[in-house]
Design a protein around this ligand. Structure first.
Ligand SMILES: Nc1ncnc2c1ncn2[C@@H]1O[C@H](COP(=O)(O)OP(=O)(O)O)[C@@H](O)[C@H]1O
Ligand SMILES: [Mg+2]
Length: 362
């Protein structure tokens, strides 16, 4: 069994490359590191021509299995759509490859932590709706993602702050031929690609992944958000291999109704639906979204894009603004004091003989 961490093993430390302030592709300046993954690092940067913010995904040239060029091709093939980050540049610098893309906000994993690792049903349903739309878009373009998990969904920034984005296409794969539209063949001798915690039962069993597996992973995300953790988290084993075996065993013998016993039955239905799909089946995304939307309405929720973290972030922004105002006040009073001192010094030195003043300075 292998996963992304293993596939990109021999992780290269980028910290000794002194990347801050570097100019990339002739116009993007790297500012600070904002994330790291199995591949390398993500930097926040600035487009020096427009002043716009960007994110720069960096992969060292010497990694065993480079993925960034492939990932940039996938972004290009899928193109510009709602919830797909814009990509501005891919290139190779001296010792690393870079993908410059739209700067996004926090990931669902980070927001989950911000909300003390519990999301309300309203938040879960609003997220589920957008996650389903993103999957449908990726699948429509002939790709499966193969690493669906909370870390790979990010909220937008500014006016896009209620929009969910899907990222990280390093493990994505074409499941239909672009011209003949023929589905890839069934196989069951594959290594696991993706993350064991969210992988489908079949993917862990070594079956070639298809649309159904992205959907099953999505339903584990929903389970994770609504229960606070997945039943197979925190299992102890002697090594990774044994841990994966234990996760798989627990996943496949899971009693779905029991797991969701205090939660809306739609969540259990969703997982059962994903598990019952056949290898080449096209998921009925509209049916699944409808399932969530009807539940949403029956619970009398408003589709107002107010997520559990919205008030927390508002509070944080208010604090930031207050802090900024305080800083400005301090700066202004310092400037006033400086001005007064200069004026006093000026009027004193005007009264004093010039030669004397110069002498003092020396
Ligand atoms: N465009 C972006 N804007 C802001 N943060 C990002 C962006 N892309 C990635 N990140 C952050 O970096 C992390 C790792 O990026 P990702 O592309 O998922 O790499 P990996 O392949 O290692 O998982 C993400 O989980 C996220 O926190
Ligand atoms: Mg990722």
């Amino acid at each position: 069994m292998a996963c992304k961490q293993a596939a990109t093993s021999g992780r290269v430390n980028l910290s000794n490359l002194a990347l801050e302030n570097r100019l990339i592709g002739g116009k993007y300046r790297l500012l600070k590191s904002i994330g790291s993954g199995s591949f390398g690092e993500i930097y926040q940067g600035i487009d020096t021509q427009t002043g716009g913010d960007v994110a720069v995904k960096i992969e060292a040239c010497e990694v065993k299995y480079p993925l960034l060029a492939y990932e940039s091709k996938i972004y290009e093939a899928i193109g510009s759509h709602l919830g797909m980050p814009a990509c501005y540049h891919y290139g190779s610098e001296k010792r690393f490859n870079v993908l410059v893309m739209e700067l996004l906000g926090l990931s669902l994993e980070e927001l989950f932590n911000l909300c003390k690792r519990k999301f309300s049903i309203k938040t879960v349903l609003m997220l589920g709706d957008q996650m389903l739309m993103r999957l449908e878009c990726v699948h429509q373009h002939g790709f499966i993602h193969r690493d669906i998990k909370p870390d790979n969904f990010l909220m937008g920034l500014g006016r896009h702050c209620s929009k969910l984005y899907i990222i990280d296409f390093g493990l994505a794969k074409r499941y239909v031929h672009p011209k003949t539209h023929e589905h890839i063949p069934y196989r069951d001798d594959r290594n696991l690609t993706g993350t064991a915690r969210y992988a489908s039962v079949n993917a862990q069993r070594g079956v070639e992944q298809a649309r159904r597996d992205d959907l099953e992973s999505l339903s584990y995300c929903i389970m994770y958000f609504s229960l606070g953790k997945l039943p197979w988290q925190g299992l102890v084993a002697q090594n990774k291999q044994q841990k994966y075996e234990k996760i798989w065993e627990m996943k496949r013998s899971l009693c779905i109704d029991e797991a969701f016993k205090d939660k809306p039955m739609e969540f259990a239905l969703f997982l059962k639906y994903a598990r019952n799909l056949r290898f080449t089946d096209r998921p009925d995304y509209v049916y699944l979204r409808q399932l969530f939307r009807v539940l949403f309405r029956s619970l009398n929720h408003q589709y107002d894009h107010v997520f559990d973290w919205t008030p927390l972030q508002k509070e944080q922004r208010k604090k930031d603004r207050e802090r900024e105002r305080e800083r400005v006040r301090q700066r202004e009073s310092e400037m006033k004091i400086n001005r007064r001192q200069r004026l006093e010094f000026g009027s004193r030195s005007a009264r004093e003989p010039i030669g004397d003043g110069l002498k003092h300075k020396r």
